[in-house]
Design a protein around this ligand. Structure first.
Ligand code: BYC
Length: 315
């Protein structure tokens, strides 16, 4: 125990000195478990996040829009791979992580449990959802765990492109016909509040933030990042003539921040506990994809064995 205390002190001193923790370094079990929880949920979010947008690939309004959306959805699959690989460095297998997702035990971002009803939703997802992800992930790029930090740096570069494609769709529709303007405003009305929920509960109701902030996995709190997102996004809505659906929204000259109304936390907890509008549909789609991909996994394993490599390990 005394030895462990010494190790913990050295571990925390390294974190406080801004050093990265690498997979083979000593780390407290709680740090490892917190990272597995958060990183695997993040990986699942990328993969489940392909579903609402993938739904619109065949219905994109032009070839250019279709190609861009296809590339974006492929990027999300890539992000899932980086994140599952980074999480595997903590001693958990991809099969274990997927089992938790498919059995409904693991969480993934609340936002992907809402339906994409019109083409404007694709624009608003890129603008708001990827915009929120950038705010969160720019902070995570400086996280104390080396493999997570490096995955985030790469992912953020791609997310910036995603946000631009979304905002371009939104701006185009906002200066389009009255019907297009109505469609994009309606999409903003539906996605605004669930996007604010992406940052997690208020700091006072966030059980994991204590550990995560102490060990610099998170560098900013849920409420700090949510405020940053609101401050960045409100002027972007106004620039294209859209209205944020919040009657309490007002600019505070003294603080320089946009103040906003209270989030419906009952809705948040309902959705993340499995009872949102599309939770069942999303999990059913992932289970079907997993089953239909069984032959690919079997073939990859057989190939690896034939060539004397451990399945799942690169050559
Ligand atoms: N959704 O103690 P708290 C993307 C859970 S994908 C669901 O504050 P923490 C994209 C939380 O897990 C972006 N659950 O948690 C992809 C905890 O439950 P457990 C995904 C949530 O970890 C495709 C409980 O509530 N990004 O960008 O300190 C297309 C209490 O919360 C949520 C990430 O995953 C939520 N929104 O803070 C387009 C980023 N919020 O686990 C775009 C990495 C909270 O104790 N994750 N919960 O049972 C994080 O930064 C942090 O985990 C969070 C939550 C800020 C999300």
């Amino acid at each position: 125990m005394a030895e462990d205390n010494g190790k913990l002190e050295r571990f925390e001193a390294r974190i406080n000195a801004g050093e990265k923790i690498e997979p083979k370094d000593w780390m407290p079990e709680r740090y490892r478990q917190q990272l597995i929880r958060m990183m695997s949920q993040h990986a699942h979010s990328e993969v489940v996040g392909m579903l609402p947008e993938g739904n619109w690939i065949t219905r994109a309004p032009s070839l250019r829009r279709k190609m861009v959306l296809l590339a974006k959805v492929q990027d999300e699959a890539g992000h899932g791979h980086y994140l599952y690989s980074a999480t595997e460095t903590l001693g958990v297998t991809r099969e274990e992580m997927l089992e938790k997702l498919l059995s409904g035990k693991a969480k993934y971002s609340n936002i992907f449990n809402y339906p994409t009803l019109t083409w404007a939703d694709i624009g608003v997802i890129g603008w708001l959802v990827d915009g929120a992800a950038i705010v969160n992930q720019t902070m995570l790029a400086k996280t104390s765990y080396g493999p997570y930090s490096r995955a985030m740096i790469r992912i953020c570069k791609e997310e910036n492109f995603h946000k631009k494609q979304g905002y371009e769709i939104v701006a185009t529709m906002a200066r389009g016909t009255p019907a297009q303007r109505k469609m994009v405003q309606d999409a903003l009305n539906r996605w605004w509040w669930p996007t604010l929920m992406m940052f997690g509960p208020h700091d006072k109701d966030s059980p994991n933030s204590g550990d995560l902030l102490r060990w610099k996995v998170k560098l900013k709190t849920n409420d700090e990042l949510r405020q940053r997102f609101v401050d960045i996004t409100v002027p972007q809505a106004h620039a294209v003539g859209l209205t944020i659906p919040d009657p309490e929204l007002r600019y505070n000259e003294e603080t320089g921040h946009w103040e906003f109304g209270e989030i419906d936390w009952d809705e948040f907890w309902r959705v993340i506990r499995g009872n949102g509008p599309c939770n069942k549909e999303r999990l059913a789609a992932r289970r079907k994809a997993h089953q239909e991909g069984a032959w690919v996994r079997a073939a990859a394993e057989a190939y690896a064995r034939k060539h004397g490599r451990e399945p799942g390990k690169a050559a």
